[in-house]
Design a protein around this ligand. Sequence first.
Ligand code: 5AD
Ligand code: SF4
Length: 479
Amino acid sequence: MSKAFDIWIESLAATALPSLPSATGAGDYYPERVVRPNLSSTVAGGKRFHIETFGCQMNAHDSEKVAGVLLERGYRAAENLAQADLVLYNTCSIREKAAQKVFSRLGEFRYASPRKVIAVLGCLAQQEGEEIFERAPWVSLVCGSASYRKLPELLTELEEGGRRVMSLDLDTDETFETEITRRDNPFRAYLTIIEGCDYACSYCVVPHTRGPERSRASDSILSEVRRLADAGYTEIQLLGQTVNSYRDPSPRGIDFVALLRAVAAVEGIRRVRFTTSHPNDFHREIVEAIDEVPALCDHVHLPVQSGSTSILRAMRRTYTRDEYLEKISWVRAASRPISLTTDIIVGFPGETEEDFEETLTLLDTVGYDGVFSFKYSPRPNTTASSMADAVPEEEKSRRLAVAMDRQREIQIARNQKLVGAAFEILVDARHEARGQWAGRSTSNRMVNFTSPRENLLGQYVQVKVTRAGPNSLVGDEVV
Ligand code: 5AD
Ligand code: SF4
């Protein structure tokens, strides 16, 4: 059964953007403070939008939902940035670099065509608010990540000629649900089950940009999963900043593990992933469910942030190194191998060489299959930003390089052991030049492989691994 529910027309987020002058034509350039006409008066026929997304999967999925709101309203997806009447930037502010990237991108629009209406959404919008209009007066809409439900009203204001339309409301207990979601990926569907965050990690801007935690009703989640299965999706990725602190707000009141089991039981769903888990809400029952239910993918992303208990305390992570390692031991004791990945931050204020060593030994002890490592970046409104004993930038860079090298060695050794093994791969890409297909195993390993067959996109195939690198495996289809 096909539904209007899911529309993937073309890629939602631009990967390579044309440079503005050649894209819009020199005649389209106007001085900085020119008054921009509003959307409705400049555009005959359907207005066209283009969204560029920065940051995490939650943002990527928010953009899919924002695109749904726009399509429902009669907008059309532009083929590229140059053709768009409405350009939306869905922004990230997790680290300073991410925020700078957005401002430099916005700067490129200083002299862009006045036919373009520019909107800034997401975490940086929430963090900077009015300041965005000051720094980039060519922006007409600023909408924080907890205000998406108000988008229709905000768009009306914009269409009626509003110049500085803004919503930064964080005080909400509602989640952002849409009639239409324009999904980007035809094989894996993202689905946000919980928004915001009630933790207060001292380095993190998210509680300030995404607001308090609010879960979506289980019935609504499950009916969306059924619609996704009807539309042909077989893999669902449940999203939340702290996905495993999910609490069903409806009278059914099911917990995260019950939700996982219910999603995995939906007919047609073959793979269920979830990210990101907080160690504090990571209970043994999650491992038991993965162990028992084949559709629950054998992969857990469990950010540790640091291997040093004193740094974890300063980070307000709510667990010690040993408590974290105990949770890892449950995962390791499962009857099927479960792949583990994590996030670490190096150079947090006060991190000594010994603290850093403890992060390195934690990497050795756990043996992760993947690590996202970051240099600590002070963020506005966070308690860590005023902490003493900042680690110098060069030292942060050195620690980052050391940690990445160490983890690379670990991954090479772990992946090498997989040569000769066979995995079921959901095929999601074709590299024509290399004559290879690509996809992921349930443990989320990237596998590139050859096959004598054609048209494998979206199919599940068995692949035998012949070679291993630090970040991916190579193999041949077992036919
Ligand atoms: N500096 C560096 N890394 C950060 N992260 C979150 N906040 C910061 C910060 N201020 C990292 C954490 C988190 C990941 C999404 O980003 O590791 O898990
Ligand atoms: Fe940020 Fe901590 Fe919340 Fe994760 S749990 S979003 S790191 S405050």
